[in-house]
Design a protein. Structure first.
Length: 296
């Protein structure tokens, strides 16, 4: 069977009538592309769509709300305001963002995922998560920036912390992020690479929703350290111990890439003031900003 199916071939393959298939096409609920006036259906994408249980057909019938979910980031928050995109934010963590994107609750998800058992190279973790996630058969991943993640510590680093092993050894009070947040996945990956169990940490509760909330927990004396970006540390006037650079990407459906809100944002990312702001906040690399990193 060819890799690109015609309408009648796709209908036969899916065991649907052509009329039903055209209804799905009209609601952007099935993976397809229009080439020289006719619809073509990638067989591999159809297989993923079927594996997802056709769950995307209902949510995709309505436009997604103009909200970017997923992870919090100071540079993204600033860019959304300055670009005039009209997009709001709902920072709940990377995995929560992908779940909302699959349900059609948001127009895009900001993600920075890490492999817990995948060695030190997380470069493809975001793309792999989108490629394998149910309900995201038509999603594209756009590079926003690379970010520097590390340990936030008090000015002067009074506990002499240097890495996750030192946090466990000194029993420093560590602020955590919710399960599924990118920073929490990074922490789990670092613990695994150091051969440490989660229980080795002296973790405070409840988890902190965002990086700035970790900084606030430290300023009020509830925590000694936590994982967040260099930008958060600079803003909060805390010391920063670098741990890794990560990819911070935006995942959205291919059709929504061309909506006015995302287009206003992506146009703004190409302007000099975006790179200037990134340099001012510190801990960002915008060399690949706006590039397509993956599409299903």
């Amino acid at each position: 069977m060819p890799e690109l199916l015609t309408t009648d071939e796709a209908a036969t393959y899916l065991r649907l009538s052509e009329r039903k298939l055209y209804e799905l096409v009209a609601h952007a609920a099935v993976p397809c592309s229009k080439v020289t006036g006719r619809w073509l259906f990638p067989k591999a994408a159809l297989d993923r769509w079927v594996s997802a249980g056709l769950l995307t057909a209902a949510p995709l019938a309505q436009p997604a709300p103009p909200i970017i979910g997923g992870s919090h980031d100071p540079l993204l928050e600033w860019a959304l305001r300055e670009s005039g995109s009209g997009l709001a934010t709902l920072p709940e963590g990377s995995e929560a963002g992908l779940r909302r994107l699959a349900r059609g609750d948001i127009i895009a998800a900001a993600i920075h995922l890490h492999r817990i058992d995948g060695g030190d190279n997380d470069d493809g973790a975001n793309a792999d998560a989108v490629a394998n996630a149910p309900g995201l058969h038509d999603v594209v991943v756009i590079a926003f920036a690379r970010r520097e993640q590390g340990l936030l510590v008090a000015p002067g680093n009074p506990l002499g912390l240097s890495d996750i092993a030192s946090v466990a050894k000194t029993r420093a009070r560590m602020a955590l992020r919710p399960n599924g947040a990118g920073a929490q996945l990074l922490l789990l990956a670092l613990l695994a690479r150091a051969g440490l169990a989660n229980e080795a940490l002296n973790a405070i509760k409840p988890p902190c929703p965002t990086g700035p909330d970790i900084a606030q927990a430290m300023r009020t004396g509830r925590a000694d350290c936590g994982i967040a970006t260099r930008a958060v540390a600079v803003s909060a006037r805390l010391d920063f111990i670098p741990l890794t650079w990560e990819r911070f990407d935006l995942a959205l459906r291919q059709r929504d890439y061309f909506m006015p809100g995302p287009q206003a944002l992506f146009d703004f990312l190409r302007k000099p003031e975006f790179a200037e702001r990134a340099a001012e906040l510190r801990g960002y690399d915008t060399g690949e900003t706006g590039q397509v990193r993956h599409f299903n």
